[in-house]
Write a protein that binds this ligand. Structure first.
Ligand code: NGO
Length: 515
């Protein structure tokens, strides 16, 4: 479906005010060189050296740590950004180029240090992922066009993430998005050090992953989406391709099979998954809470076993998400029968379960719970967190990217919003839920549900800039949290997004730097 957007632009003195839902009074400021204060997410320490600039020359030299395939991989990524480079192995900083050096004293995880002086750039980290995040920071210190020669301001950054899990979720069930769309999304979110991609693969309106032995899940279950009959699905190879593409950018895929509710597409495919043996019609509306797998059906046990078993095999990351949200048609025992079975199978296959908060009362100790709403399940979630359960924070009124920015936004839901950029940024994962403190929080995730999202432009419009706000909340120390500084940093992303063709919302309240 093509959505036509009417853009009315009014040029005002010294800036521009345009109107497109969510962007009523947007502000544009003149182009300026990138600074160390512009990096999103804000680093732990960033100190610019006044008066020093290093220009990465055309056809620069990139030194990658001798003997390290990880460093070589990150070097190739950087060479690509620079439009070509001569890459060779070494162990020391390089004059006139960029060195990517492994140094265990920097850390053993995602930490990195970046130094730019008049002679060159040096990034040090204990791991490949640390080097990769260092390159993402370097990218933000360059002009939007990163093809060398490019100037980089001098200075030093010491950086490490606050939380281990910084996720984005794409709902490919309500509307399907192909592999290329997902790859583009991965490229964009990697810029903000997002390290988990949660794919919501199944829901009432569509089943999006092929499962051996269950052909009707894709023949019937994948044939629909919200508003009609143009669905789609990933073959096993498609899924592998997404997983690999993500891994190349240090993102881990978390696949979700939503059960026992949100399962109309599966029920429509196989009558034996229902209790009355009658397959319901396909569903293309956006209501929730009406469907459920039958707890006493043998076929349901087999479906869970086969689907989660296959995903466990295809997914190198540690997590499988089993959904668990909104199944009001089942009583507590029947609900528990199904989510217990799913958790057992995930554990059998050596993975860790992630589930929406509704699973809290039935959660195995190792299950990670995803919080999104203040409802009747919160007391059980708090109890589990006190007993050591880890929580991913996705409060819908701050972190749900599917909510409109303001009532005029052309797409989006409103039940938890509207959510301005300032509201997306305005919370702290470790104090949001009293009883779920810093230690209990595994991290944050920004879900993009796609009931109203039909195109890649739609994805980008709802995702940017708010995803960058959630990414910063997940990465940056609480001490850096400051809306006035953040809005400046965020505004500096505009030329980058423009250069990449990202259809971001020039949301109110942010001084958008001109391209
Ligand atoms: C809810 C619901 C989803 C909707 C979403 C829309 C959760 C966890 N379950 O969030 O099915 O798509 O809201 O905002």
């Amino acid at each position: 479906m093509l959505v036509t957007v009417v853009v009315l632009t009014v040029v005002a003195l010294g800036g521009c005010v345009s109107r497109r839902g969510g962007e009523d009074q947007h502000e544009t400021v003149p182009a300026r060189p990138a600074t160390f204060a512009d990096v999103v997410p804000a680093p732990v320490q960033a100190t610019q050296t006044p008066g020093v600039t290093f220009t990465i020359p055309a056809d620069p030299t990139i030194i990658t740590m001798a003997g390290s395939t990880e460093a070589a991989h990150v070097g190739a990524y950087l060479a690509d950004l620079l439009g070509g480079a001569t890459t060779r192995e070494g162990t020391d900083p390089v004059s006139g180029g960029v060195a990517l050096l492994l140094d265990p004293t920097v850390g053993t995880g995602e930490e990195y240090q970046l130094e730019v002086n008049a002679g060159g750039v040096t990034i040090r980290a204990g791991t490949g992922v640390g080097l990769f995040w260092g390159v993402q920071t370097l990218r933000q210190l360059m002009p939007a066009q990163t093809r060398a020669p490019v100037p980089v301001p001098g200075g030093r950054i010491v950086d490490a993430p606050r939380f281990a899990y910084r996720g984005v979720m794409l709902d490919v069930a309500r509307h399907f998005f192909d592999v290329a769309a997902v790859e583009r999304l991965i490229d964009l979110v990697a810029m903000y050090k997002v390290n988990y991609l949660h794919l919501h693969l199944t829901d009432d309106q569509g089943w999006r992953i092929a499962v051996d032995g269950w052909p009707r899940l894709t023949e019937v279950g994948a044939a629909t989406e919200v508003g009609g009959f143009t669905g789609g699905y990933y073959t096993e190879d498609d899924y592998r391709q997404i997983v690999e593409y993500a891994a190349d950018r240090y993102l881990t895929v978390v696949p979700e099979i939503d059960l026992p509710g949100h399962t109309n597409a599966a029920l429509a495919s196989y009558a034996e998954l229902t209790c009355d043996g009658v397959a319901p019609a396909p569903y293309t509306e956006i209501g929730v809470g009406f469907s459920a797998l039958c707890p006493t059906s043998d076929a349901v046990g087999r479906l869970i076993d086969d689907t989660l078993g296959e995903l466990a095999e295809l997914t190198p990351g540690p997590y499988l998400h089993i959904g668990g949200d909104e199944a009001p048609t089942l009583n507590a025992d029947d609900y528990a029968t199904i989510v217990d079975r799913a958790q057992e199978i995930v554990a059998r296959d050596g993975k860790t379960t992630v589930a929406w908060q509704a699973v809290a009362a039935d959660a195995a100790p190792s299950t990670v719970l995803q919080y999104y709403i203040d409802d009747q399940d919160v007391p059980a979630l708090l109890g589990a967190a006190t007993a050591g359960t880890k929580v991913i924070m996705s409060p819908a009124n701050h972190a749900y990217l599917d909510q409109k920015y303001d009532p005029q936004t052309r797409i989006g839901l409103t039940w938890a919003g509207p959510t301005s950029v300032e509201e997306a940024y305005g919370w702290d994962p470790a104090t949001y839920l009293p009883g779920v403190g810093e230690e209990a929080v595994l991290g944050v995730e920004a879900p993009l549900w796609t009931e109203t999202v039909t195109t890649v432009d739609d994805i980008e419009y709802l995702m940017f800039p708010r995803l960058s706000a959630i990414a910063e909340i997940g990465w940056s120390p609480a001490s850096t949290h400051n809306w006035t500084a953040f809005r400046q940093r965020l505004g500096a992303q505009a030329p980058r997004w423009t250069a990449l063709g990202v259809d971001f919302a020039r949301a109110d309240g942010v001084p958008w730097v001109a391209a």
